[in-house]
Ligand binder design. Structure first.
Ligand code: TNX
Length: 526
């Protein structure tokens, strides 16, 4: 199984699904989510009766023989949050969990077991038998994230849901959704309609290209993810990576000049000239950002809001009278200090006005770290620095987890020079707590997250090639006990799962359609 369970032991016997098999739910309350978990399991096991019976108490003995009984008992705290105990016995399968997310993960494990048993010779190839087994499982880290960049290229709603399904199968629980950047803006914002009317689109190969998510669609994604134990973390980039916003509303930049993301879009890739920051000297910029965040929290009913913070183009604020005045007003000496002031101001707004927790990419940590913000480190020293200041981190150290990076030396020759090779065994070895040093500090490591930036990933096939199977390796790095990790063993399990999960990387070459050689050489790591 992937990710490898904390404890898995074979027990004697063989379970068989029968025409009369049912999924039954034993819980103190007839909980809607728990029922949904039961019904989706019955559906996926193709049971004739896919309704989920509520037994009404915590006793599994009332269930008919051959059933799957899900017992959700908040008293079973020893199983841990998101943890579960799954026992396959000859006459019955039982699932115990203290919360519904744990119960859901048990159903994912069970579906995997049935998938794997399809090829088991003892089962006559019908996949309806299971060798008996006992699995006691819980995650190593609370933050098991995948970030999808929907700004550089747009993925439609079905594709987003497909990735959420894959995350759920791998027991990943944070979907970080990168919704805007220099190249495009993807989320409907009622107060500022030009963001999507204008900046969700660019001209590529002579055609209008792009798309956006309506608020209703975004709500649908949140609900779809939530049912599967996944929290969606929307990201609104600031004060850099914001050319798409400035394209729609140029008065938000320091000079207020019109900027183009259309015909030039492909030449304006990350870290090339032409990027501008928001003008944080103007009050109307701060109001704009706050208005947007107010609408974002209306749509994303989740505890976390990511507010970007990375790679502000430097040298612009120093030339701007509004930003100079802001520096004076706030008593900060330079651009970097203004950056930290701005991120702190937004972190406080998110915390006190919106009642949510903000997350920011680590930046300028030597100058200061915004209070009230979880830090997402993408360089190794950033996570260490934040931890040394007693701050909680999400570890996304780029050389270990960036899924836009090539996975072979051969591929690397066709990609920008600053991208290191990230093979499967390296991401498998990723340990988010490595930077924490002493065990006490590892409490501050919430977990890890793998981003896939999509500048060079325009379509589904390339996205799959980049993300799978490395996401499976990540899931094991974040879920399974460190002591039990073994790459050879993982590789064997991966090849057994391949048929169902399509883990094999598509071998088509990566072609940089539309990217000029000039833009490629100009791209460099910040
Ligand atoms: C840096 S890492 C970025 C992204 C780019 C990525 C390319 C980070 C927080 N920002 O905007 O897409 O490099 O790998």
């Amino acid at each position: 199984m992937i990710p490898k369970p904390a404890v898995q032991e074979t027990i004697p016997g063989d379970f068989r699904l029968r025409p009369t098999s049912k999924v039954c739910l034993a819980a103190r309350h007839d909980d809607e989510h728990a029922r949904w978990i039961g019904e989706q399991l019955a559906d996926r096991l193709e049971l004739e009766d896919s309704s989920c019976d509520w037994l009404g108490d915590l006793d599994s003995s009332a269930a008919p023989i051959g059933s799957v009984v899900i017992v959700i008992d908040p008293g079973k705290t020893e199983l841990g949050e998101e943890g579960y105990l799954l026992t396959v016995k000859a006459d019955m399968i039982t699932i115990y969990a203290s919360d519904s997310r744990g119960a859901y993960y048990a159903t994912e494990s069970l579906v995997q077991l049935f998938d794997l048993s399809e090829s088991d010779p003892r089962n006559n190839g019908d996949g309806r038998h299971l060798p008996c087994v006992r699995i006691k499982d819980r995650p190593r880290f609370v933050w098991r994230g995948f970030m999808l960049d929907s700004a550089r290229h747009y993925q439609d709603l079905d594709l987003i849901k497909k990735w959420i399904d894959r995350m759920a199968a791998l027991k990943l629980n944070r979907f970080h959704w990168h919704l805007c950047d220099d190249e495009s803006w993807r989320l409907q914002i009622d107060k500022y309609p030009l963001l999507t009317e204008v900046s969700a689109w660019r001209v590529q190969d002579g055609k209008r290209y792009g798309g956006f998510y309506t608020k209703d669609q975004a709500r649908e994604v949140v609900a779809y993810a939530k049912a599967r134990g996944i929290t969606v973390v929307p990201e609104i980039e600031m004060p850099g990576h914001c050319n798409a916003a400035l394209h729609a509303y140029p008065y938000l930049s320091c000079k207020g000049d019109p900027i183009n993301i259309g015909e030039d879009g492909w030449n304006m890739f990350t870290q090339v000239d032409g990027r501008l920051p928001f003008c944080v000297g103007k009050d109307q910029t701060l109001e704009f950002i706050k208005d947007i965040l107010r609408e974002v929290v209306e749509v994303f009913d989740t505890p976390y809001i990511h507010v970007g913070g990375d790679e502000r183009p430097s040298g612009v604020w120093s030339e701007c009278p509004h930003c100079q005045a802001r520096m004076k007003q706030m008593g900060v000496p330079d651009e970097d200090a203004l950056h930290v002031w701005f991120m702190s101001h937004i972190a406080d707004f998110v915390r006190y006005d919106l009642g949510r927790q903000s997350i920011g990419w680590a930046e300028k940590l030597d100058v200061g770290i915004p209070e009230n913000q979880i830090i997402q480190g993408w360089h190794p020293d950033q996570s260490a620095k934040a931890i040394s200041e007693g701050r909680s981190i999400i570890n996304s150290t780029h050389e270990w987890v960036y899924l836009d990076y090539p996975w072979t030396e051969e591929m690397q020759k066709r990609m920008p020079k600053w991208m290191p090779v990230l093979p499967l065994d390296k991401i498998y070895d990723f340990d988010p707590a490595r930077e924490a040093g002493d065990p006490a500090a590892s409490e501050l490591v919430l977990g890890g997250e793998a981003p896939v930036w999509t500048e060079f990933i325009p379509n589904e096939a390339k996205l799959e090639a980049h993300v799978l199977p490395r996401l499976a390796a990540l899931s094991e790095a974040l879920w399974s006990p460190r002591e039990s990790k073994n790459f050879d063993d993982f590789s064997r399990r991966l090849s057994r799962r391949d048929g169902k999960m399509k883990f094999k990387a598509v071998s088509s070459p990566i072609i940089f359609t539309g990217v000029t050689p000039k833009a490629l050489t100009a791209v460099k790591k910040g």
